[in-house]
Design a protein around this ligand. Structure first.
Ligand code: FAD
Length: 285
């Protein structure tokens, strides 16, 4: 399976993020989205991993269905509340599936998982080191252009992010809505001698309530002008989708013009609006 490090050298990449479904209906929707988006020949597709006990399992099945569709897969893996033995077993299972890319994360435990012990890993960078020892894979990490929400100071946070990115092969960002956040972050990394490619994660802003809540949790600015523009479209889902497509397309174009090595689209397990955004950007023609 191609490594993302090699894919990045071939020009801007297109990639999609999915999450493991929770029920039969979600499974059918995900399957449809995978089929439709596989036709665009993305560089890779990623699958999130639930940091808390019960939601950990299904990631592997989704990764297998991506591999079965002939697309490069990148599982996410969180290390919080995991032992080295458990992580080793997950890595071995992926190795057996032919996976050669991983997004190494710390993860946040849901409140319902307080019974889980802290585990053997302190930070995502420890997981990067652990996997590096075992596998010659391309390893990515999370980047937080507007800072990690629990960071004590902006400067310390940027220092930690630079150290983590230097240890990794690439980064993928939290979603954000202004190209300046990406440009400032990449400049701050360069000022710390960190030239690791950082792929921006782009979220089409379809659902203002849901995205507003996620943005508040991540410390992401959700500009009032953007929220008003979406709300002005009223209750018509098609009109709201049009605005989301337009906003995400324009942000992605600005990011590529600013030198971003690719665009990672958050799908929420729907093929639209990301398929239209990808086409607007000239991918999958
Ligand atoms: P780390 O890099 O370990 O950072 C965690 C905290 O520790 C930060 O506050 C950081 O500033 C601080 N820190 C780092 N190093 C040091 C140090 N040396 N000293 C002191 N403090 C330090 N979560 C999931 O559960 N599942 C997923 O699949 C998932 N996918 C994601 C994908 C992307 C692209 C992104 C951006 C996030 C994703 N997350 C996911 C969320 C992520 O797990 C959380 O943001 C989590 O709080 C931080 O994870 P991290 O890997 O960035 O952690």
């Amino acid at each position: 399976m191609p490594r993302i490090t090699n894919l990045l050298t071939a020009g801007p990449t297109l990639s999609f993020e999915f999450s493991a479904p929770r029920d039969k209906e979600g499974n059918a929707r995900l399957s449809r989205a995978l089929d439709r988006l596989a036709h665009l020949h993305p560089a890779f597709m990623s699958v999130t991993y639930g940091a808390g006990g019960a939601t950990r399992g299904p990631t592997r099945e989704v990764v297998q269905s991506i591999v079965d569709r002939g697309v490069t897969a990148m599982p996410h893996l969180t290390c919080v509340a995991h032992t080295t033995g458990e992580i080793g077993a997950v890595v071995d299972a992926y190795e057996a599936m032919g996976v050669e890319n991983l997004l190494a994360l710390h993860g946040d435990l849901p409140e319902s998982s307080t019974e889980l012990s802290a585990g053997h890993f302190q930070r995502a960078v420890d997981l990067v080191a652990f996997v590096r020892e075992r596998e010659p894979w391309a390893i990515g990490v999370a980047a937080h252009p507007e800072g990690h929400p629990r960071a004590r100071s902006r400067t310390e946070d940027l220092d930690h992010q630079a150290a983590k990115l230097r240890a990794a092969d690439f980064g993928i960002t939290q979603f954000f809505f202004s190209v300046e956040h990406y440009e400032r972050f990449v400049d701050a990394m360069a000022a710390r001698d960190c030239m690791t490619p950082v792929i921006p994660g782009v979220m089409p802003p379809t659902n203002t309530d849901r995205i507003g809540a996620m943005a508040a949790m991540n410390g992401t600015e959700f500009p009032a002008a953007l929220r008003s523009r979406i709300d002005a479209a009223g209750d018509d889902p098609d009109a709201r989708r049009e605005v989301a497509i337009d906003e995400a397309t324009r942000l992605s174009e600005a990011l590529l013009a600013a030198g971003a090595p690719g665009i990672h689209l958050y799908t929420m397990n729907f093929s639209e609006p990301v398929r239209t955004i990808a086409r607007n950007l000239g991918f999958g023609q």
